[in-house]
Write a protein that binds this ligand. Structure first.
Ligand code: ADP
Length: 376
């Protein structure tokens, strides 16, 4: 019999909150419950100050749901809308509002690093369909050809296409507890929400859900030692993306745009979003910059090429380069063989490697990775 939300909530009635003794099911803290075959994913809403106290609740929720017959996998995340910090007293909050003062924010809190992963970069776009995932994949293979140990995390939860681009089928193996082994292709370690959720599953994810799933993929995957982890971000600049940018310890962000004005407007929002959370912009890439006719090799600037370069100049961020709209890029990308790996001598592959070289150079500054603890 198919699992229902009620089955899950019934199991959560047995999980009690430490402070009040109230059941988790009745607490109103359980977000949307996503059920796909035997997999169950949901988030528990918390105040950031309760993170430590609520971790046992999260674990208890996982084992309660894991015990329901038919459940094969459970992913439960804690999500906090507010950054950690002491909540202001009601009186202080009333005073602040009465005086029209801004809400307390202070410096953006930085997410903790991931042990073994030296640097994490985001590949983002202001909107979908601009070739962000194709760029992520080829950039990642390009970074590997430069001698780096590279991982790819497909965080494009709305349309995870990384498994398809790398031609990966199958499911990641559980190595211990909740930790998954990444999949491997073309010398890269790869993880995608697409491995856990079927392509046809409608994805009506609330923002906090997205973040909790990503946080888990980031931290509960046995990445091993990586020089760079390239994160394929969900397109757009909404709250979910902003929080993800803030909660991922990013060393930098690459923005992919097509040259049209509307796409550039979205790219500008992307730059603003990363600036807001103090993530350095490594640069903008213009994808589908111009068209190369597969018959005669003639070049046409169908989208008024060059817009992203101007936009980068306006924004004072590096322009990383142009990738043409070209049939071999689409064919290899959609065929599970990124062009940098399948035709490394082609001009297109070289263009991606040139981008990778620029990204690598941009990362040359001080790494924002977790400190290494040496015990002597
Ligand atoms: P996004 O991740 O932004 O949604 P994708 O990388 O999935 O975009 O690309 C959307 C479609 O465009 C795919 O079919 C892909 O193969 C194709 N595509 C992306 N970049 C190029 C390019 N430079 N030339 C030709 N086709 C491309």
């Amino acid at each position: 019999m198919a699992l229902s939300q009620n089955d899950i909530l019934r199991a959560l009635e047995l999980v009690k909150l430490p402070a009040s003794g109230q059941s988790l099911a009745a607490s109103g803290r359980v977000g949307d419950i996503l059920i796909n075959d035997g997999k169950v994913i949901f988030a528990i809403g918390i105040d950031a100050t309760e993170a430590g106290a609520m971790e046992p609740v999260r674990k208890a929720a996982e084992s309660a749901v894991g015990g329901i017959p038919g459940v094969t996998q459970v992913l439960v995340g804690l999500t906090a809308d507010k950054a950690p910090g002491r909540a202001p007293s009601q009186a202080a909050e009333a005073r602040r509002q009465a005086h029209g003062q801004p809400a307390p924010g202070g410096p953006v809190p930085k997410a903790a690093g991931i042990p073994g992963v030296k640097q994490i970069i985001a590949v983002a776009s202001g909107k979908g369909g601009v070739g962000k995932s194709t760029t992520t994949a080829n950039l990642a293979v390009g970074l590997a050809t430069l001698g780096l140990k590279v991982g790819v995390l497909d965080a494009d939860i709305y349309g995870p296409s990384v498994p398809k681009i790398f031609g990966i089928t199958g499911k990641p193996r559980l190595v211990s507890g909740r930790t998954l082994a990444p999949m491997e292709a073309y010398g890269l370690k790869i993880m995608s929400i697409g491995f856990l959720i079927d392509e046809e599953t409608p994805m009506i994810w609330r923002g906090p859900m997205v973040i909790s799933a990503i946080t888990q993929m980031l931290r509960e995957v046995a990445w091993g030692e990586l020089d760079v982890l390239v994160v394929d971000m969900p397109p757009g600049t909404g709250d979910a993306q902003l929080t993800m940018a803030q909660q991922t310890p990013l060393a930098g962000a690459v923005i992919v745009s097509t040259p049209q004005d509307l796409a550039l407007l979205d790219a500008r929002r992307g730059v603003a979003m990363f600036r807001k959370v103090e993530v350095p912009i490594l640069g903008i890439i213009e994808n589908m910059s111009y068209f190369i006719c597969p018959e005669c090799g003639h070049r046409s600037d169908i989208f008024a090429h060059g817009g992203a370069r101007h936009e980068a100049e306006r924004q004072g961020v590096p322009f990383l380069g142009e990738i043409p709209l070209a049939m071999p890029i689409r064919e290899t990308s959609d065929g599970g063989r990124p062009i940098v790996a399948s035709d490394p001598d082609s001009a297109h592959a070289k263009a991606y490697v040139a981008l990778a070289r620029q990204v690598k150079a941009g990362l040359g500054g001080p790494a924002r990775a977790a400190p290494r603890i040496v015990i002597e």
